[in-house]
Design a binder for this molecule. Structure first.
Ligand code: AMP
Ligand code: MG
Length: 444
């Protein structure tokens, strides 16, 4: 079967494969993403893979996915209160033309200790930010607008209207309103919002379980002696870290040799324990044969040549268990270290979040001016490692590439704080031209 070429085309799980190795045809990144997301949605419908829930205290809730809508059990704020340090008064006492002169009652209303005595017309009461508005008073004048002489408060006309500087009960959130929606990937402010509602624990989705392994006879674990011709496995370290930032539970299946029996055994084990399987290496044209045969026996996996650089080879599809029951989704990344990470961000990250039950959280795209020309031919999406910084002339951001852009040169990625994303149809970039940029870090 030929992979889908139209964006948004519905590639359900069974329709995904088995697919021959497609030669001479590259799949645009947008189409690969659309096919993956459609398959993930079908997978969720078919297997309800990540329906499990658990309750966690707020201290462990950041980065988890909210399982159900969080409905506010109270009004926030619970009372009308002052937005300023100043004097509370009756708005109706404010004079439009002449000065307003009020009698100041003794004492101060502090946050947390409501004042219950009534305040007559013509009177004012000192009040602090967050303190409950005394009964009948509806306006607060900030301290810097007041002249106070003993018990006499004088206000010049203008600058203040009835109702000013009063926060209304329920104005942030009314009781019964949804405060956070199911699928929310909980950020610091969300956890704070739950706390402000008096909620001490949240129902969240169970973490997604992702089996991770690297393939290649040449690979050794860091800490091991490196025989001639071998290299250290860096993909498992970088991919594990990328998964951990999504709060995924990583099942580390280690190094797997380029050997059908070893691959079969690892896949069987992973299929029985994980919601998704993430691998690197062995999917490129050169050595894909034995991988393809093994995967054909374990699922319906499509091998794609994605129109992207770095990262062309990519395989994706549902696996099944030895007894034929549906298994996890396989994402097989190219082996080159930069290609593996870039492909993860471009094709896998959002799919895993979807699988984890999260509402879409696309990577934010920033525009920055390229300090130098960038060579590029239309036909592929290119991801270049780069440093984004404030522009020298003070306007917006500028971006410069980080040295050699070879797919295997991880240092170019480590020195970068962003990826320049050159769209498929885009040609060469002139110096000073604005380009799209994905930042590696941001507020979450
Ligand atoms: P492959 O996709 O298996 O053909 O690998 C492409 C290139 O990436 C080869 O140079 C591999 O040695 C290298 N490579 C594959 N897997 C890893 C890994 N886990 N860590 C570092 N380099 C890798
Ligand atoms: Mg290999």
């Amino acid at each position: 079967m030929v992979p889908p070429t139209g964006a948004g085309q519905n590639a359900s799980v069974p329709e995904l494969g088995p697919s021959p190795l497609v030669t001479g045809q590259e799949l645009p990144v947008a189409d690969a993403r659309a096919a993956i997301h459609a398959a993930v949605a079908a997978f969720i419908r078919a297997t309800r893979a990540v329906d499990g829930q658990e309750t966690v205290p707020l201290a462990a809730a950041a980065g988890r996915v909210l399982a159900r809508d969080l409905v506010s059990p109270i009004d926030v704020p619970a009372h009308d209160n002052s937005a300023m340090d100043g004097y509370a008064l009756h708005g109706a006492d404010l004079q439009a033309v002449a000065a307003t002169v009020l009698h100041v009652l003794p004492g101060t209303v502090f946050a947390g200790t409501p004042h219950s005595a009534s305040v007559a017309r013509g009177q004012a009461l000192r009040i602090m930010t967050g303190a409950v508005m005394p009964p009948g008073l509806d306006t607060v004048v900030p301290i810097e607008l007041c002249r106070v002489d003993g018990a006499v408060l004088t206000l010049q006309p203008g600058g203040l209207s009835a109702g000013d500087n009063r926060r209304h009960r329920g104005e942030d959130l009314a009781q019964g309103q949804p405060a956070l929606l199911a699928g929310r990937w909980l950020r610091p402010a969300d956890v704070g919002l739950a706390a402000s509602l008096g909620i001490a624990a949240l129902g969240v989705r169970r973490p997604l379980r992702v089996a991770l392994f690297s393939t290649g006879d040449e690979l050794r674990d860091p800490g091991q002696v490196l025989p001639p011709g071998c290299i250290y496995d860096s993909n498992r370290a970088s991919l594990r870290a990328a998964l951990q930032r999504l709060n995924v539970q990583v099942l580390d299946f280690g190094l797997v040799r380029d050997d059908p029996a070893a691959l079969r055994q690892t896949l069987q084990h992973a299929a029985a324990n994980a919601d998704a399987v993430l691998t690197s290496g062995g999917v490129s044209m050169g050595d894909a044969d034995h991988v393809r045969d093994v995967l054909a026996a374990f699922g319906t996996v499509a091998f794609w040549k994605v129109a992207m650089r770095p990262g062309r080879p990519f395989a994706f599809g549902p696996l099944h268990m030895a007894d034929g029951r549906p298994g996890p989704l396989l994402f097989a990344l190219p082996g080159n270290p930069v290609a593996a990470l870039v492909t993860f961000y471009a094709l896998v990250r959002d799919a895993l979040l979807l699988l984890a039950g999260a509402l879409p959280m696309p990577l934010p795209v920033l525009q920055a001016r390229s300090v130098a020309a960038i060579r590029k031919r239309p036909g592929r999406t290119e991801f270049q490692r780069a440093v984004v910084e404030p522009a020298n002339d003070g306007s917006g951001f500028q971006v410069r590439l980080t040295g050699s852009q070879g797919a295997g040169i991880l240092r170019s990625m480590s020195e970068a704080n962003a990826l320049v994303v050159l769209r498929q149809e885009q040609g060469a970039v002139a110096a000073g031209e604005a380009v799209d940029v994905w930042l590696f870090d941001g507020l979450v």
